[in-house]
Design a protein around this ligand. Structure first.
Ligand code: PRP
Ligand code: URA
Length: 209
């Protein structure tokens, strides 16, 4: 079974409170999603493989570490996952970015795929899938199924708020995937929204409602 990590760092929890508040406007919401994603990326990359290198400091030769191999690819699930990209790329500027477009059918709540473009060398990379909301889990499960066909070295999922239903579905469907979220909320409502959640993440990031 993969790890499930709820990153309850005080800075993340404080920013999450501002994010949930219905009076927070799009500009601040976007900044907060970026900041939370950056802080969570620090935790999600904790076990990246390192290799030893030798460099010269102004004082002496030093044996020290760099991240080994081809490193990372981030894959945001459109649209809301896009809001997380800036924050994670600030920490890992050499990462490649793939995109998977999925929307939830409002009636069935099942994800519908409309776009998939992944880095050509994704099979040599560790992948972190980005989506702020893990609600029923359908979008994350389908996105990860698509990525697995390209045989990356590993896959992690990084979200902001999870519902118990989504966490269970994702960890059952992809038990090899580590899951990082900032909060585990109470439940889903009858429309598949996370309670208390933060509303529709895509609409709040892009100001479409
Ligand atoms: C939202 C969210 C996730 C999905 C989560 O996207 O960004 O991708 O719902 O729900 P699930 O876990 O039940 O699949 P939405 O379908 O609203 O599309 P959007 O990001 O384009 O607004
Ligand atoms: N998608 C969202 O944007 N919010 C939810 O609460 C559930 C799915």
């Amino acid at each position: 079974m993969g790890k499930i990590v709820i990153t309850n760092h005080p800075l993340i929890q404080h920013k999450l409170t501002l994010l949930r508040d219905k009076n927070t406007g799009s500009k601040e919401f976007r900044s907060l999603v970026g900041e939370i994603s950056m802080l969570m990326c620090y935790e999600a990359t904790r076990d990246l493989p390192l290799q030893e290198v030798e460099i010269e400091t102004p004082i002496a030769v030093a044996k020290t570490k760099v991240i080994s191999g081809k490193k990372l690819a981030f894959v945001p699930i459109l649209r809301a996952g896009l809001g997380m990209v800036e924050g994670v790329v600030a920490l890992v500027p050499s990462a490649r970015i793939g995109h998977i477009g999925l929307y939830r059918d409002p009636e069935t709540l099942k994800p519908v795929e409309y776009y998939c473009k992944l880095p050509a060398d994704i099979n040599e990379r560790e992948v972190i899938v980005l989506d702020p909301m893990l609600a029923t889990g359908g979008s994350a499960v389908d996105a990860i199924t698509l990525i697995k066909k390209r045989e990356p070295k590993s896959i992690k999922f990084m979200g902001i708020i999870a519902a118990p239903e989504g966490l269970e579905m994702l960890s059952k469907a992809h038990p090899d995937v580590d899951i990082f979220c900032a909060a585990l909320d109470e439940k889903l409502n009858e429309h598949g929204y996370i309670v208390p959640g933060l509303g529709d993440a895509g609409d709040r990031i892009f100001g479409t409602k």
